[in-house]
Every structure is written in C-alpha cells, then in structure tokens.
Design a binder for this molecule. Structure first.
Ligand SMILES: CCCCCCC[C@@H](O)CC(=O)SCCNC(=O)CCNC(=O)[C@H](O)C(C)(C)COP(=O)(O)OP(=O)(O)OC[C@H]1O[C@@H](n2cnc3c(N)ncnc32)[C@H](O)[C@@H]1OP(=O)(O)O
Length: 716
C-alpha cells in the first residue's frame, strides 16, 4: 500500500506541546502536513502558561525538515487558533482537539471552579475551535475533526465527575458535527486513547505506562483524518497498539402495554425488568432516525395489536440453520443416508427443514407462558407429573428456513381423564408480516391429576384416528442412540426427565425417557422418506398420541398404512413390541416414492420413482433378494411403447437401468400404470399376467417370488 500522505494539508493540533498532541504533530508533519502546534504551556491542572512547550515541538518538526508554527492561545479562544493557521498557511484542513486538563476530586469536594475549568478546556474549547474551523472546511469541501474522549467518560471513574462528564459530552458534540458536516465531506470522529501522558503518568502503574506509547495511537488518529477515510461520527478506542470501534448498545427491550389504550404501571415495569435489561439480543443503532423508527414501529404494533410487532414478547421464536440442523440430528437424520444430507448441510442445493421442527416454537411458547394447569383444576402439579400426551402440527403458510416466528397461545380446554388431567393448548405461529405459518395443538398429560370433576371428552381436541386393520403397507425401523435425548434436548426441551436419573425416578420411571417429540420426529421423518422421497414440501399435517414412554437406545419401528394422501402410522418399540405412538397420521399434499435411490434419472416417468423405491427394498433386504436369486429384466411401456428397461440382479442385490449383462431368467413387460399397482402390491404379478397386463417371458415362478420383495420392510 502506498504511504498515506498529508501533503498540502494544514493541521491544527491543540495541546501539542507534549504527550499525544506532540506525537500527532510530529506524525502529520513527517507526512507532509503543515502543522499549527498549539499549546498554552500550562500545567496539567490548567495553571500557568509558557511558550516553551509549543516552541520545542515546532523546533523539532523544523529540524526534521517539516513545516510548523507555534500557537499559544487558549482553546477557549478557538477562532484565534484558526487565525494562526490561516495567517501562516492560508487554510485549515484537519483539527485535532486534544488539549485537556485534570481537576480530579471526589464529587462532594468538587468546586464550581473545578467543574467549570475542566468543561471550559475540554468541551467549550473543542466547541470553539470546531465552530471556527467548520465554515472554512465546509466551503473547501474537505475537513477532518477529531474530538478526544476517554474511558472515564464512557464508563465513569472515581474522582473524575467533571472530567468524565465533559468527555462524554464530546461524543455527543462529535456526532452532531459529523451529521452537520457530512454533506460537505467534513467528518468528525472521536478518539478514546489510553496513553502514557502528563495526565496519566502517576495514575497508571509503570509497567503499563511504558507500553502505552502515544506513537501507538497517533497512526489511528492520522488515518481517521486522511481523505481516504470515510468514517464519520464514530468513537474509536485505541491503546498499546490496538484499536476498536465503540458503540452504544440497546437491549431488545420490552413493550409495557399490549394495546394503545393501555397505560404503563410500575408493576408492569417490575414484571418486565428482566426483559428490559436482557442484553442477549442487544443491538446498535446507526442514527437517531433508526431509534425513532423503532419507536414508531412499536407504537404501530400497539395500534394494530400486530403480533409481529411484539418483538419483545417471550414467544418470539428465533432460529437459524444451526437450530434446524441440530434438530435434524436430534431426530436421527444421518449422513449414513445420502438423502438426508439435505437436512444437515446448509449449503446443500435442496437444504430442507424437517417440518416437525415447527413444533418447537409452540413448545417454547408453552414453556414461557404463565399457563398453569394446577390453577385451572385446583390442584398442585409439579413438572415430574407432566408428560407430553398428544401433538398436532399443521402447515398453513410457507415454512421459513430461518428467522423469527411469533406465537399466539390459547389454553382451549382441560379434560378430566380419570388417571390424569389433559390440558389442550393451541399455538399459532405467524411470520413478521402476520401471516399464519403453522398451527400446533399440544396435549399435556398430568399423571395422577384427574378426578377433579371436569369434562372427560373435549370439543376442541383434534382427534387421533384408528389405524387400518390390515397389516402395514410398509415399516421402517430406526435404532435410537443411548444419547438420543441428550442430543434432542439441545433443541429446546431441557426437561430433566429426559436426562437426569433422579428426576426420572421421581416421575416414576426407571431411567430417563425420550422426548415424545423426538420419537415423533423420527416417525415423521420415516413417513417422509417412504412416501415423499424426503420432499418436505409435501408435508401438510401430523397428529399423534404418545401412549407409552420410549427409552433412549430402543429401536423404533414405524408401521405405515397408505390411505390416499393420508399415511396412518403407529410406532412400536421393537424390543418390547409395545406401541408407543398411536392413533397417528401424516397428511401429505401428494405421494412421491423415493427418487434418486441409486442415482437413476427419473425423467418424469412415474414408475421410476416406484422402481427406485423397490431398489431401496431390495437393497434393504439384500439377504432376501439373494435367497430369491436370479436376474430379471423389466420393460416398462407407455401407450404400448417400450420406454424403459431395468435390470434386477437379485443374486448380487444390484439394480440398474438398462439390459442385463447375463441372460435374464424372467422378463416382465408392464405398462407404466400397472407397474405402479404392482409395486404397491395392489396388483399381483400372477393376476396381472392373467389379465394380460403383464407379459412374462421366462420363469413365471421367479416373477411370483418377487412380489414379497415389493412389500419388504425397508430399513432407514
Ligand atoms: C403442553 C405440552 C407440553 C408438555 C410438556 C412436555 C415436556 C416433555 O419434556 C415431556 C415429554 O416429552 S414426556 C415423553 C413423551 N410422553 C410419554 O412418554 C407419555 C406416554 N404415555 C403414557 O405413558 C400414557 O399414555 C399416560 C401416562 C399419559 C396415560 O396413561 P394412563 O394413565 O394409563 O391412561 P389410560 O388408562 O390409558 O387412559 C385414560 C384416559 O386418558 C386418555 N389418554 C391416555 N393416554 C393419553 C395421552 N398420551 N394423551 C392424552 N390422553 C391420553 C385415554 O384416552 C383415556 O381417556 P378416555 O377414556 O376418555 O379415552
């Protein structure tokens, strides 16, 4: 990078007789600027004056081949300093307000004089010099002004009430000067230095003092004054060879009234104090207009009672792809299955969020609400009694990939189930434009809290549905990990019941149990895998009852029955053969059998998907396939025309597009539509043959043996 020079520029540095000011003056001069070295030559308490300090620095600059003049005026006479620059160099481009004094005393001991003198030099001095230089800078369309603040101003410091007040005031001054000058390329910034100087020599310990050379700070100030630097209205802290920008931060805050008609009470403030002061989601504002904008938004929100404006509400659900990926891992999505990379990798071209993730906002809303089942039924209920009873989720709007959802929650009914009490809660989630995105209904079951005299049957509870009486059309098994609950709980439900052995015993279980929503997530993922080829956009709704607990490490088998676009399912623990999720169903927009099972192209042919589904089955049941053995050739015809050939090499559990290498035992020729029926087990090969729908050449017995494979259990 080329040297950043200040040739032709005229710089005024106030308080330049020593310390930081002197270092600034030397640096600017060494880089081609003409420098006005201002120093009253007073003591650090503002007493006395002498021309020596400024003269010495001017002399040093000249010795080094630079150009400088001395100025001995007080900064309070700001216009005189500017006159010195104009008289000697004909212009002024850069003004460094650096002069300062200390009059440290604890608050009670401060005299008016201590207060006034410190304010005069720091604040009024900076104002006067700046005011005098400003029109000149604006006219020439260039100016850089620096104010000098202090950490004492930003954070306060014992014994420096006068000084810290003046130092903070300089930040306000700089910001306004920056705003007023911006149009004319006149920028004003603040430096917050910690340097070894006259002001700090007996305040800082020697080892720190020695590392705080002004030479480490001067380049930061010089850069802020260069015409290439576009920073304006900023506060930059620098010390010991480090620099950083300082901004004010504001918490997200809390609305203290829920509509424009409401008042604010002291109690409301007290109740909301934690949220008012919660800095977790704190942010910065770039300009006063942004602060006003936020205020107007809040007021608008109150007027319309728009949920999206209730940014402060506890039921705002914030999420990023980190949350959706963590959730997918929690419900067992795995790289072991190629098709699930899209749930786990945010840069995947089909990156998807599992729809059951959208139950989480409702659970968070329930957890942070003040709904109290005990109060509703006149009993005391503790957390150890509460189990997740049922869940309903329905997608209404377009599911976002990240962002915020705003929840509206309603306790709809509390039922007396005899052995327990069931509390039914509806939670609707909206996006920031107030569009309804998902509807959830949660049923919370408090064991042992029944017999309170309430109704047994609900009128608003979304019912479960009985499974069909035939054997399942398809089953998928998933072995949960011993750490399943430990992982799943990171998605928001940290109920100790799922991890703490003592809590589990208190709740009447031998060991911690799995979250109901984790088993549900696994089950719905299986349904999506089998009936949509992991196309989450086809998901509409799910309803399920948690009938028995699951222990992490157990194997879940999801039995599925297709009924049009509705998939009934029941989840069974294989080890105990106990149904743990019952009465459950997933509604889909349409059915799409798994594509891309072995990277075969679909080319829009319906039977491709089916075929790939069969491939999955064959692969999953490789041992069965091998026991059947043989090589089959499938020919699919559309409108009497052969459109595709597939080979199933069962001996090697291999399926591929095209003709077989060895001679096939059996060739099946079938239409696209009938292939679908065959694959679904709705048409048996034998029947198809009899009806002339399936032309079989070769070994018909072999063809029949294929039928069970078409309905074989796949393993996820
Ligand atoms: C607000 C939502 C969030 C709440 C916080 C959730 C926090 C989470 O961290 C908690 C969890 O995830 S817990 C883990 C998941 N849940 C479970 O494991 C519960 C498993 N279910 C059971 O053990 C029993 O069904 C059991 C114990 C629930 C009931 O069994 P029984 O007492 O034996 O009842 P039963 O005799 O079979 O039936 C009596 C009446 O109750 C109805 N019922 C049964 N199970 C229900 C259930 N799961 N949900 C709702 N109602 C249920 C029956 O239908 C019957 O009523 P009716 O005669 O009117 O039909």
């Amino acid at each position: 990078m080329a040297d950043l020079r200040f040739d032709g520029k005229v710089v005024i540095v106030t308080g330049a007789g020593a310390g930081l000011g002197r270092t600034y003056a030397l640096l600017f001069a060494s880089r081609g600027a003409k420098v006005v070295v201002n120093d009253l030559g007073g003591g650090r308490h503002g007493d006395g004056s002498s021309s020596k300090a400024a003269d010495d620095v001017v002399e040093e600059i000249r010795r080094n081949g630079g150009t400088a003049v001395a100025d001995y005026n007080s900064v309070i006479d700001g216009e005189k300093l500017i006159k010195t620059a104009l008289d000697n160099f004909g212009r002024v481009d850069i003004l460094i307000n650096n002069a300062g004094i200390l009059r440290d005393k604890s608050l009670v001991k401060l005299t008016d004089q201590d207060w006034d003198l410190v304010h005069q030099v720091h604040l009024k001095g900076s104002f006067k010099t700046t005011q005098a230089a400003f029109p000149i800078m604006k006219k020439q369309n260039f100016g850089r002004i620096i104010m000098t603040s202090s950490n004492s101003g930003l954070y306060g410091n014992f014994g420096q009430a006068n000084y810290s007040a003046a130092k903070m005031a300089l930040i306000g001054l700089a910001k306004t000067v920056g705003i007023e000058g911006a149009r004319n390329n006149v920028y004003c910034n603040v430096i917050v230095p910690t340097a070894a100087s006259r002001l700090t020599e007996d305040i800082l310990p020697p080892e720190v003092f020695n590392e705080l050379k002004p030479e480490f700070i001067a380049p930061v100030v010089a850069y802020l004054c260069h015409d290439s630097c576009q920073e304006n209205g900023s506060v930059v802290e620098s010390a010991g060879g480090w620099a950083g920008k300082v901004t004010l931060v504001r918490s997200n805050g809390a609305l203290l009234r829920s509509s424009i008609q409401d008042g604010v009470t002291v109690e409301k403030v007290a109740q909301n104090w934690d949220r008012i002061t919660d800095m977790d989601k704190a942010g910065t504002f770039g300009a006063i207009q942004e602060v006003t904008g936020a205020l107007i938004e809040n007021l608008e929100g109150l007027k319309t009672s728009d949920v999206s404006q209730a940014q402060d509400s506890p039921d705002v659900f914030d999420f990023t792809n980190r949350d959706t990926i963590l959730y997918a891992l929690g419900v067992g999505a795995s790289l072991a299955n190629n098709n699930e990379l899209k749930y786990l990798y945010e840069s995947h071209e089909e990156f998807s969020v599992l729809p059951t993730f959208f139950i989480l906002p409702s659970l968070q809303a329930v957890f942070s609400s003040d709904i109290n089942m005990g109060a509703a039924i006149g009993k005391t209920i503790d957390l150890s009694q509460v189990l997740h009873g049922e869940q309903y989720l329905e997608v209404v709007g377009e599911l976002p990939m990240d962002g915020q959802l705003f929840q509206k929650l309603e306790l709809v009914e509390v039922l007396d189930k005899g052995s327990g009490a069931a509390m039914i809660i509806n939670v609707d989630s909206f996006d920031k434009n107030n569009n309804l995105i998902v509807k959830n209904q949660l049923v919370s079951f408090a064991v042992g809290a029944g017999k309170f005299g309430g109704p047994r049957q609900g009128t608003k509870t979304i019912p479960c549905l009985n499974k069909p009486s035939r054997t399942p059309d398809l089953s998928i098994t998933h072995k949960t990990s011993i750490d399943q609950a430990a992982l799943y709980r990171l998605s928001g439900d940290r109920n100790p019941l799922h991890i703490d052995p003592n809590m589990a015993v208190m709740a009447g279980f031998e060991t911690p149990i799995l979250h109901g929503l984790c088993s549900l997530g696994i089950s719905v993922r299986s349904v999506l895998s089998a009936f949509t080829g992991h196309d989450t956009s086809l998901f509409k709704a799910v309803k399920a009852r948690f009938s028995k607990p699951v222990v992490p490490g157990q194997t879940l088998r999801v039995d599925m029955w297709r009924d049009g676009n509705r998939i009934h399912f029941e989840t069974v623990v294989v080890e105990t053969n106990q149904a743990v999720i019952t009465g459950a169903y997933v509604d889909l927009k349409s059915i799409k059998m798994p594509p891309q099972a072995n990277k075969l192209s679909a080319e829009g042919l319906k039977s491709d998907a089916i075929f790939e589904f069969i491939i999955d089955q064959v692969k999953a049941d490789a041992s069965k396939a091998k026991s059947i053995g043989g090589v089959f050739l499938y020919k699919i015809t559309k409108n009497g025309k052969e459109v595709k050939q597939w080979t199933m090499d069962l001996k090697n559990a291999k399926v591929y597009q095209g003709t077989p290498e060895s001679k096939p035992n059996t060739t099946l020729t079938v239409s696209d539509e009938d292939f679908l029926l065959l694959a679904e087990g709705k048409l048996q090969p034998q029947q198809a043959f009899m009806k002339g729908k399936l032309k079989i050449t070769g070994n018909i017995m072999m063809a029949q043996k294929l039928a069970p494979l078409l309905k074989a259990n796949a393993k996820l």
